[in-house]
Design a protein around this ligand. Structure first.
Ligand SMILES: *[C@@H]1O[C@H](CO)[C@@H](O)[C@H](O)[C@H]1NC(C)=O
Ligand SMILES: *[C@@H]1O[C@H](CO)[C@@H](O)[C@H](O)[C@H]1NC(C)=O
Ligand SMILES: *[C@@H]1O[C@H](CO)[C@@H](O)[C@H](O)[C@H]1NC(C)=O
Ligand SMILES: *[C@@H]1O[C@H](CO)[C@@H](O)[C@H](O)[C@H]1NC(C)=O
Ligand SMILES: *[C@@H]1O[C@H](CO)[C@@H](O)[C@H](O)[C@H]1NC(C)=O
Ligand SMILES: *[C@@H]1O[C@H](CO)[C@@H](O)[C@H](O)[C@H]1NC(C)=O
Ligand SMILES: *[C@@H]1O[C@H](CO)[C@@H](O)[C@H](O)[C@H]1NC(C)=O
Ligand SMILES: *[C@@H]1O[C@H](CO)[C@@H](O)[C@H](O)[C@H]1NC(C)=O
Ligand SMILES: *[C@@H]1O[C@H](CO)[C@@H](O)[C@H](O)[C@H]1NC(C)=O
Ligand SMILES: *[C@@H]1O[C@H](CO)[C@@H](O)[C@H](O)[C@H]1NC(C)=O
Ligand SMILES: *[C@@H]1O[C@H](CO)[C@@H](O)[C@H](O)[C@H]1NC(C)=O
Ligand SMILES: *[C@@H]1O[C@H](CO)[C@@H](O)[C@H](O)[C@H]1NC(C)=O
Length: 699
């Protein structure tokens, strides 16, 4: 009788929660089925030569440790866990992106950095309104930037550099009110930079160097309130000028327009208070050098290979942090004020390089002898006919323009520390030659505001170790090296805290924490070091073994086990909660295909559980009257109802479209029916009519 009635309708009742702090076991929870399907589609369009994501077909994404999948730590309104982050850094993935990415509607981080993925960026990503970080750099992506990406209200970082993206920058990007970082360098992006982007209120870093941009530099950019870095090297602005309005960019730290086919004068940038880095070399700029002094923060002034005339203003003398001044290969004349280098007191590790080759300079004014760490290059000037200046006119290869360093200072024994263990030999470490297993991190400063790292190494170590909340001695710069850009690559080692001789490795939650700080961009960005990027974070030895058991990289295990089933405000106060899930669409379909494996439903019949009719639910809620509604969300609505016997209940009525599959639904009901907890009502009834499903429980 029951079965036939059930089959004829489609309504049953499950338990729900009346307390928002109820903890239940993670493995009984499920990922939203749409998102499971989406992940499967994403996987099937990728190639995975090392089987790094081969576990993406076993069990449930959020509870079966799918590589790189990080979920909400509680069910959202629809009763499901949701995928919130995808971290698939450097896994040799190729293939292409599935448009199913757009189904991950609660995603905040999409990270596929440094793989080998080709094809286009699916426009469907533009519908993930929760997305904050879109990190697709270092792949083989082609095609244009989808206009739809401009409608991501929460996007903070758009990082698609080092691909083969073509087409122009969509004007819709001017809507990205939250975006701080446009990192799109090293692609084939063409067309004019839309002047509308000057509306962007939050933009800090505009890195579009090494593309095919053309047209004019938008003068309106000077109105961007927060712009710190404008880097557009190696584009072709085909004879246009640098807008004079750029002298009003009050927050600017770096202006880099090298090799952009720019003409006209060097703008007067003396009013920009904190400018560190100016590169206008390899253009066709003409006229004289502005005589007003630049910011006292200047580390680097590169104006070589232009058509500049006139003399070198003495204002270049008052720059206490200057590391490099290059005005070679121009048509400068007159005398060189030696105060540029004479008046500098260089601190340890500081160097100053002055490059003035191939101009029309006729002599040096003032005392000449530079201090040991100052290098002056003067060959190719008329003054080289003066034999007393010959020492500055040698033709020598530019020493270590791209200096690099490898830290080899290890005084520790070589034998007793087996890999992956290494000696920590930092002088600051509490114990010399402490043998521990470091994490290896590939890190890169994308647009640093200096040209010589050495004077800033200590400051950098302090900056990064405090950003990672580590002791200074835990961070070790194994090597650093300049790459084109210029960008500063580094290999870092991070050692565990020394507590006693048995603490030789990190626990995995600490590994996750450190990884999270690198990838979530939660660390502050410093003016001098600029934006950074994570290049690699390989887990070696037991860190890798441990990680395969870890739920999902970047999320602590505790977070997943401590699942909190979300409940609905308003329902909490009720002593008895009824959940009404309407599965109309599924049930219809189900009836059509299979009558036999359905119940299965008999198996969820539980002692003491009463079945209700849909009419009883209608009566209890006054036909689901709005006045009885106590909550709602994407999953549907929750009503307060009064049963015929006076019991107060809450009824959750799911919406079509937010429904899970039959199997998942039954699993959930079964799970809920098994729960016993003081804050959980017990299942007292169910109802399956008219294509709707409900459940009732009593406290
Ligand atoms: C991917 O798998 C390979 C081979 O098992 C492994 O060496 C590598 O560390 C994995 N990469 C990541 C990022 O997990
Ligand atoms: C995997 O990727 C690394 C760099 O991420 C690369 O050096 C290596 O050659 C790749 N392996 C294959 C088989 O493509
Ligand atoms: C999660 O996704 C659903 C469906 O798109 C949406 O209604 C809800 O607002 C999202 N929640 C968050 C926190 O983004
Ligand atoms: C990237 O994929 C292409 C084919 O699509 C292949 O030829 C190339 O070797 C791959 N590179 C790496 C580093 O895996
Ligand atoms: C961005 O902010 C401006 C100013 O607050 C506002 O007028 C505009 O509507 C916002 N745009 C979007 C897409 O939110
Ligand atoms: C700079 O070059 C532009 C175009 O090449 C020319 O019109 C202008 O007169 C030049 N200015 C100076 C000061 O030489
Ligand atoms: C350098 O910049 C900082 C802010 O980044 C500023 O506080 C400081 O005054 C500047 N120094 C000089 C010498 O202009
Ligand atoms: C350089 O220093 C000397 C004395 O040390 C001083 O007389 C001179 O004015 C300074 N020149 C500049 C340009 O600051
Ligand atoms: C010159 O630089 C070297 C290292 O590059 C440093 O050891 C030395 O102290 C510096 N000398 C001066 C006078 O600054
Ligand atoms: C070399 O390692 C020491 C720590 O042992 C560190 O203080 C120093 O900054 C490192 N030098 C470089 C160039 O990385
Ligand atoms: C997932 O991780 C948990 C906790 O580390 C572990 O007990 C479980 O075996 C893992 N599950 C799978 C399918 O790897
Ligand atoms: C769940 O995640 C939120 C933020 O996403 C966090 O504040 C909260 O502490 C987490 N809860 C648990 C139990 O990990």
């Amino acid at each position: 009788m029951y079965l036939s009635r059930v089959c004829g309708y489609g309504l049953f009742v499950v338990a729900w929660l009346c307390c928002s702090s109820l903890l239940i076991d993670a493995q009984n929870l499920l990922t939203n089925p749409e998102e499971v399907k989406a992940l499967q589609a994403i996987k099937s369009s990728l190639m995975d030569p090392y089987n790094n994501i081969s576990n993406w077909d076993q069990g449930d994404p959020c509870t079966s440790n799918w590589t790189g999948v990080v979920c909400s730590n509680k069910t959202l309104g629809d009763g499901y866990l949701h995928v919130q982050q995808l971290h698939l850094l450097r896994m040799n993935l190729s293939g292409s992106f599935s448009s199913a990415l757009g189904q991950l509607s609660n995603l905040t981080i999409l990270d596929f950095m440094w793989n080998n993925i080709s094809g286009i960026i699916p426009k469907e990503i533009g519908s993930i309104s929760s997305l904050e970080l879109l990190l697709l750099n270092g792949n083989q992506l082609t095609g244009p930037l989808p206009e739809e990406l401009g409608y991501l209200p929460n996007l903070k970082i758009l990082q698609v550099d080092e691909n083969q993206i073509s087409g122009s920058i969509p004007k819709s990007f001017a809507n990205l009110n939250a975006t701080k970082h446009f990192h799109m360098n090293n692609n084939s992006i063409s067309g004019q930079i839309p002047s509308e982007l000057s509306r962007l209120p939050s933009l800090l870093h505009f890195l579009l160097d090494n593309n095919n941009l053309s047209g004019n530099l938008p003068p309106e950019f000077s109105t961007m309130p927060n712009l710190r870095i404008l880097q557009l090297d190696n584009n072709n602005f085909n004879g246009s000028t640098i807008p004079s309005s750029y002298s009003n960019m009050s927050k600017l730290l770096k202006l880099s327009l090298r090799n952009c086919s720019l003409q006209g004068p060097v703008p007067n940038l003396s009013q920009i208070p904190n400018l560190y880095y100016l590169d206008l070399s390899l253009n066709q700029l003409n006229g004289t050098l502005p005589s007003d002094g630049l910011s006292g923060n200047m580390t680097t002034i590169l104006l070589s290979n232009n058509s500049l005339t006139g003399t070198i203003p003495t204002s270049f003398s008052d720059l206490p942090r200057l590391q490099k001044l290059s005005i070679a290969n121009n048509s400068l004349s007159g005398s060189i004020p030696s105060s540029i280098w004479q008046n500098r007191t260089l601190k340890a590790m500081e160097k100053l390089t002055v490059e003035l080759q191939n101009n029309g300079l006729s002599n040096i004014s003032g005392p000449i002898n530079p201090s040991p760490n100052v290098t002056v290059w003067l060959q190719g000037n008329p003054l080289c006919s003066n034999s007393s200046l010959l020492q500055f006119c040698r033709f020598e290869s530019d020493e270590n323009n791209s200096q690099s360093s490898t830290n080899t200072t290890s005084v520790c024994p070589t034998q007793e520390c087996p890999p992956p263990f290494e000696y920590l030999s930092s002088p600051a470490s509490p114990v010399a030659c402490f043998c521990a297993a470091p994490l290896f991190v590939g890190y890169r400063l994308k647009s640093p505001e200096f040209s010589d790292f050495r004077p800033y190494i200590n400051a950098f170590e302090e900056f990064l170790s405090s950003g990672l909340d580590l002791f200074l001695y835990q961070l070790y710069i194994d090597s650093f090296f300049w790459e084109v850009g210029p960008r500063l690559g580094m290999n870092l080692k991070i050692f565990p805290v020394y507590a006693n001789s048995s603490t030789t490795k990190f626990n995995m939650s600490e590994v996750d924490r450190i990884f999270g700080l690198f990838t979530l961009w939660n660390m502050d960005i410093s003016d001098i070091f600029g934006p950074y990027e994570l290049i690699s974070f390989p887990l070696q030895g037991f860190y890798r073994d441990e990680n395969t058991n870890s739920p999902s990289f970047g999320l602590s295990k505790g977070a997943l086990v401590g699942i909190v089933l979300g409940t609905i405000a308003g329902a909490v106060a009720l002593s008895t909660v009824v959940t009404l899930l309407i599965l109309r669409a599924h049930i219809r379909k189900y009836h059509a295909i299979s009558g036999k494996h359905r119940f299965s439903k008999a198996s969820i019949k539980i002692d003491g559980v009463k079945d209700f009719t849909f009419e009883e639910m209608v009566v209890a809620t006054n036909n689901f009257d709005n006045s009885t509604q106590v909550g709602g969300g994407g999953y549907g609505k929750v009503y307060k109802g009064i049963l015929a016997d006076g019991t107060v209940v809450a009824i959750k009525r799911a919406q079509q479209g937010s429904l899970q599959g039959e199997t998942e639904f039954l699993t959930e009901i079964e799970l809920l029916s098994r729960l016993h907890h003081r804050n959980l009502v017990s299942l007292t009834g169910y109802c399956d009519e008219e294509g709707e499903q409900l459940s009732l429980k009593n406290h």
